[in-house]
Design a protein around this ligand. Structure first.
Ligand SMILES: Nc1ncnc2c1ncn2[C@@H]1O[C@H](COP(=O)(O)OP(=O)(O)OP(=O)(O)O)[C@@H](O)[C@H]1O
Length: 347
């Protein structure tokens, strides 16, 4: 399990909300997301399909496409020189300067993101020279070759077209390309969904090696909690557009405070343990257009009690470095409001 020495705060996200403006009205896909990410830290973002993971990460980097609109909040980017920049109000031109060189992303459909009619080397040269026009082609190719080698890809692949490489190799090339300009943060949104499990493991161990070598921070998105546990320093769990629990990865896995975190954990086989019967989470996530008044997970929650149906629980500290949005853990909760099964468990 990775435990890195993490540095200063790199990203400070406060109350970020994102709507999809549809013909039937606005859909709040991310609601008041707040968290920080430190230099060199790996934050895993997990949650079922539709919970808002991709919307959150694209909004962080201001890469969301219409009809998605950031409707509130700040994303403070702390530069190495001590500067602090809120990414939310930045113009495209200002953001272009930061992309690749400070903030990079490897998307879900990563394997199709390489230009099919350009050799791999030329694609590196384009990216590197756009950000540093003084760099010669020779220097850019040398850097590209170094990065490919670090990813376990032979340097001579710089002469290949994407279709001449396997899926796994294309994927690793793309991750190397994202690292070309030495970014501070790389967002990886399900970067290994299209490859088999063995290749997934190979790619992930290479990502970890690159991270140790180069020191960038990662926000890693997947619905696979066991994979995230292997990778991440901290985990953030999303449900119906909200972060419902966030904290050190091992702690969340070992002792989930939110019943949704627990249900998600129990629906994935652990990577290094004997296989046991897995249970999916019964029911389905609520319609974001019609969220219940209380906790969005209440009608699927085995531990819900009266308050859960009427009041939305805020995300609050529930333990050492762990925040959760669950009435079970609110100190000011009326003990008698909980069912017998959960009495005495509240923090
Ligand atoms: N173009 C769109 N128009 C309206 N609503 C959308 C649109 N795209 C996404 N949404 C809404 O935003 C919610 C969050 O979607 P998002 O893709 O961020 O979830 P996710 O957690 O990344 O899912 P997945 O794991 O399947 O990628 C969805 O439940 C959906 O209701």
């Amino acid at each position: 399990m990775p435990r890195r020495d993490v540095g200063e705060v790199l990203l400070d996200v406060q109350d970020l909300s994102v709507d999809y403006l549809t013909l039937n009205g606005a859909v709040r896909a991310v609601s008041n997301a707040s968290f920080t990410l430190r230099r060199g830290e790996i934050l895993g973002l997990a949650g079922e399909s539709g919970s808002g993971k991709s919307t959150l990460t694209t909004a962080l980097l201001r890469l969301q496409r219409s009809p998605a609109v950031t409707v509130g909040g700040t994303v403070l980017y702390h530069g190495e020189d001590g500067s602090v920049l809120d990414l939310v109000p930045r113009t495209d031109k200002e953001l272009r300067r930061l992309r690749w060189s400070s903030l990079a992303i490897v998307m879900q459909s990563a394997m199709d993101a390489l230009n099919p009619v350009k050799r791999l080397g030329a694609q590196f040269v384009d990216v590197l020279r756009e950000h540093d026009p003084r760099m010669t082609t020779k220097e850019a190719l040398r850097r590209a070759g170094d990065l490919l080698t670090l990813s376990g890809i032979p340097r001579d692949r710089l002469d290949s077209f994407p279709h001449e490489m396997s899926g796994g190799m294309r994927q690793r090339s793309l991750i190397s390309l994202a690292l070309a300009c030495d970014p501070d943060l790389v967002v990886m949104d399900e970067p290994t969904t299209a490859v088999d499990v063995v290749m997934q493991r190979t790619i992930m161990s290479q990502v970890l090696r690159l991270q140790r070598e180069l020191g960038f921070s990662i926000i890693f998105v997947t619905h696979d909690l066991s994979l995230l546990l292997e990778l991440s320093d901290r985990l953030a769990i999303m449900y119906a557009g909200k972060i419902v629990e966030i904290g050190p990865a091992e702690e969340l896995y070992r002792r989930p405070r939110h019943p949704y975190t627990k249900a998600l954990r129990d629906s994935f086989p652990p990577l290094h343990a004997p296989l046991v019967e897995m249970h999916g989470i019964p029911g389905s996530a609520p319609d974001l257009r019609n969220l219940p008044a209380g906790c969005a997970f209440a009608d699927r929650c085995p531990e819900a009690f009266d308050l859960c149906g009427t009041q939305r629980p805020p995300l609050v500290a529930v333990g050492d470095q762990v925040d959760a949005a669950c009435h079970l853990h609110h100190a000011d909760r009326e003990p008698d409001a909980a069912p017998e099964s959960v009495k005495g468990r509240a923090a």
